[in-house]
Design a protein around this ligand. Structure first.
Ligand SMILES: [Zn+2]
Length: 560
């Protein structure tokens, strides 16, 4: 324990896991002026008690650094809270009753746009969650709300699993100009027609990216700036409720999303420490160069902002569906649920864009998915030209790695983020037949951590609970079969916790101020209701976050 002249504002007693280099465990942690003052024995911490110090006992609980969700989608999570839910509807009649109710409260002619049919956050198996096994058609929706355009969106493949289904009534079809002659840009979007060749009001999306809205539905409501801001405001409470105190959004964020965060920061409402990356709107390499050279002065180097909101660097996609690009290019400002502009770049375009970013000192964030074997050699070449590790370029969403990929990652020093829930649990079907040693390197937390690569983990917001991510990393169970994928890739609970807390701080250059319960670090603390190191298997899913502190302030579970 350090001797400190100042008194603690709070002393929290419980099983303290500092997650520092020494692996400190303690009986209590003392907090002052928004920072960790000290950790140590209960007795030693009580010596820091002054007349105004609050002492709180959390018997049986584990106190860890607040979670840093490095793939959080918090704005998208917030957008989902802004539309009426159809959860609980078990039949078309129940959906129609809900639409009828909404119509009563909505002026005639105005849109009724709901959430998808099914159960959040995945909406798996919709529409078979309805008794009829299908969504209502236009005539049925007309019967509930003839005077309002009605739209039931698809959840999109990234929340759930394609194919995904959407529906609208006759007025909505008419407002979007959809008739018997309409065809989608992408073959993955299906407009259903009846025997007479007229649209039924039902749509199917077979791709992961939601293309129906940007391609065919110009008239459905877009998220307004106010909705984005209010959505994030609501989402903050949900993220705190699972112990999250920091997020890293490496997907890129559109200008209005960044603006919404900025406003919340200015109002003092942004209590999740947020790191954002710009989502560019380039149509060509020339536009990209002019933007990087002159248009992004604040995003260069470590970017700008403060301890609550920081914006730095750009997102540059590798690969991507050219159909998505074709649709997005029609309106680069249209970002819908995702909150960022979709890109598609070939490997050579990707390398050229990255080289420009290197030249103009913009750090690059890239979603790698299953293309690490292609991206890693590009990164190795660029690392010879620019200090990309020092600038903290980030390779995100890595699904699997070969020994050669791992070698390159280690040699270049580029940090990596993983989405274990997606590649081990949710969308693991393509990997089920791989040999076991290759499965061990699926969402390769263990291999990367043991190599000393800076590796952190994110939730993808489905669900936003980091403990689900911890469960996935430690059990490695596939969703449909319960099969353990790559048992050799399991990490200990403590390593999983490190990936969900301190390792993410590196991405935003904050490893010296957050992510550990160490003196001088931000007092960002999650109080987990149980012994998180001793809990194993599915019991991890029953652990709850009892309370959350951000910057020395209680933001969940305890009234300040
Ligand atoms: Zn994502």
């Amino acid at each position: 324990m350090q001797t400190a002249a100042r008194r603690a504002d709070e002393i929290l007693v419980g099983n303290v896991l500092a997650l520092d280099d020494a692996g400190t465990r303690a009986e209590a942690v003392a907090v002052a002026a928004g920072r960790i003052l000290a950790t140590g024995s209960r007795q030693a911490m009580l010596e820091l008690k002054g007349p105004a110090t609050a002492v709180r006992d959390f018997p049986g609980c584990t106190l860890i650094p607040g979670f840093n969700d490095t793939h959080a989608h918090m704005d998208a999570f917030g957008a989902r809270l802004m539309r009426p839910t159809l959860e609980g509807c078990g039949s078309i009649a129940e959906v129609l009753a809900k639409i009828r109710d909404l119509a009563k409260d909505t002026p005639k002619g105005q849109w009724i746009a709901t959430m998808p049919v099914g159960v959040a956050p995945y909406y798996f198996d919709a529409p078979t969650t309805l008794a009829e096994g299908r969504l209502p058609n236009r005539q049925e929706l007309d019967s509930a709300a003839p005077d309002h355009p009605v739209y039931i969106p698809s959840p999109g493949g990234y929340w759930g699993e394609p194919p995904c289904h959407a529906a609208m009534n006759s007025l909505a079809l008419q407002k979007n100009g959809i008739d018997r002659h309409t065809r989608a840009t992408s073959p993955s979007t299906v407009i259903e027609f009846d025997a007479q060749g007229e649209p039924t009001g039902n749509f199917v999306e077979k791709s992961y990216v939601n293309l129906l809205e940007p391609d065919l539905l110009p008239a459905v409501p877009r998220f307004s700036y106010q909705q984005r801001r209010d959505g994030i405001r609501k989402a903050i409470a949900h993220y705190h409720a699972v112990g999250t105190t920091s997020i890293y959004e490496g997907h890129g964020s559109a200008p209005d999303v960044i603006a919404a965060y900025r406003e919340l920061r200015e109002q003092g409402e942004l209590t999740v420490r947020t790191s954002l990356v710009a989502s560019p709107r380039w149509r060509s390499l020339e536009e990209a160069e002019s933007d990087m050279r002159d248009g992004m002065p604040l995003l260069k180097g470590r970017g700008f902002g403060d301890e609550w909101l920081r914006v730095a660097g750009v997102f540059i996609a590798h690969g991507g569906d050219p159909n998505v690009q074709k649709v997005q290019i029609k309106d680069l400002r249209y970002v819908s649920w995702s909150g960022f502009t979709q890109q598609a770049n070939t490997t050579s375009e990707y390398e050229a864009l990255c080289r420009l970013a290197g030249r103009y000192n913009l750090r690059v964030n890239t979603i790698v998915s299953d293309k690490l074997a292609v991206v890693a050699p590009v990164i190795a070449r660029l690392a010879k030209e620019f200090p990309i590790a020092e600038r903290r370029w980030v390779l995100e969403h890595v699904s699997r790695a070969t020994p050669e990929d791992l070698r390159i990652l280690r040699a270049t020093g580029v940090p990596v983020t993983l989405i274990p829930g997606q590649y081990i649990w949710k969308h693991a079907t393509p990997f089920m037949k791989l040999p076991t040693e290759e499965q061990d390197c699926l969402s390769p937390a263990k291999a990367l951590y043991e190599l000393g690569v800076r590796v952190s983990a994110g939730t993808d917001a489905v669900p936003c609970n980091p403990l689900f991510c911890l469960w996935s990393m430690t059990t490695r169970k596939e969703r449909h079969t319960g099969q353990v994928l790559g048992p050799g890739g399991r990490v200990s609970n403590e390593v999983a916790l490190r990936l969900l807390t301190r390792e993410g701080a590196y991405l935003s250059f904050e490893e010296n101020v957050k992510g550990q319960l160490a003196p001088g670090h931000f007092a960002d603390i999650a109080v987990l209701g149980g012994d998180v190191l001793a809990t194993t298997g599915d019991a991890l899913l029953d652990l709850r976050c009892r309370a959350t502190m951000a910057g020395g302030r209680w933001v969940h579970g305890i009234r300040a």
